[in-house]
Design a protein around this ligand. Structure first.
Ligand SMILES: C[S@@+](CC[C@H](N)C(=O)[O-])C[C@H]1O[C@@H](n2cnc3c(N)ncnc32)[C@H](O)[C@@H]1O
Length: 263
């Protein structure tokens, strides 16, 4: 793998350290969001898929289970080992490649589908990721992004959630707004087919602290930020307490785009 920049290295170290949190029972093992999005991508047939920043492989292994020929890419060794073990356990054959999302080791036009779920907010250079995605898609191929995001024109809430996530998990880089993702797709030469912000409930802040291995000092800082959350953030993320747990709603972006076929 090419040498990593500091943002990529932080993500690699964080996920190598925390990989045991991402297997079965993790909130991401429920792939109903992926299934629902693919159902809307009615033009897609199965073919070759790259699941980028695959983590424990929940999305990529779902694709393999419904007939896609899947490559799982990630920069964390421990996450890829976890994904490989899950594939073996489920009797699924996949190719595993270790590389960063900002630079792919694949030929132009190698894939019919690129997916990236709940990972792009860690990437050091989302435009480079989009350029690489567009490059490796064959004409007519599709891109599916699912990630935390935010409405456009909400700078106070955006800054607040950015600081909070960064304090909770040092490998967080930035949530991009829906409009920014659409622009990055279009600049890379992909046509956005649909894009929707879907509120997604995060049911327990303590579970998220444990998942990221947040230090006691940073847990205290996050709780302080929640106590002092600006009204825009309280409203947008529906911050609340339920049965003694702090809950909030992610603005989760589901975006599908397509690489145009030559006329
Ligand atoms: C939350 S997990 C992904 C979850 C997974 N996509 C799923 O659907 O279950 C985030 C993953 O992003 C990977 N990651 C973060 N930054 C990356 C980068 N720049 N390039 C490649 N992988 C990256 C991490 O190693 C980690 O495995």
């Amino acid at each position: 793998m090419a040498s990593l920049n500091p943002i990529q290295r932080t993500a690699q170290q964080q996920f190598d350290r925390q990989s045991d949190r991402y297997g079965k029972g993790h909130i991401l093992s429920d792939v109903s969001d992926v299934r629902a999005a693919l159902e809307q991508m009615t033009w897609l047939n199965t073919g070759k898929a790259l699941d980028m920043a695959t983590g424990a492989g929940h999305t990529g292994l779902y694709l393999a289970s419904v007939g896609w020929q899947v490559t799982l890419g990630d920069l964390s060794t421990a996450m890829l080992e976890r994904a490989a073990a899950a594939a073996r356990e489920r009797g699924l054959t996949v190719e595993i490649r270790q590389h960063a999302a900002e630079s792919f080791p694949y030929e132009d036009g190698s894939f019919d589908l690129v997916t990236c779920r709940v990972a792009a907010h860690h990437f050091s250079d989302p435009s480079a990721f989009m350029r690489e995605t567009a490059r490796v898609l064959r004409p007519g191929g599709a891109f599916l992004l699912i990630d935390g995001s935010i409405e456009d024109g909400r700078p106070i809430a955006e800054e607040w959630i950015h600081e909070l996530e960064k304090t909770r998990d040092p490998s967080h880089h930035r949530f991009l707004s829906q409009g920014t993702w659409k622009r990055l797709c279009e600049e890379a030469g992909l046509q956005v087919v649909f894009s929707e912000l879907q509120p997604f409930k995060q049911p327990d802040l303590n579970w998220y602290f444990d998942t990221a291995g947040t230090s006691p000092e940073n847990r205290a800082k996050v709780l302080e930020m929640i106590r002092n959350a600006p009204p825009e953030a309280c409203r947008l993320f529906r911050l609340a307490e339920e049965d003694g747990k702090i809950v909030w709603w992610w603005q989760r972006l589901v975006l599908a785009a397509r690489k145009p076929s030559p006329q």
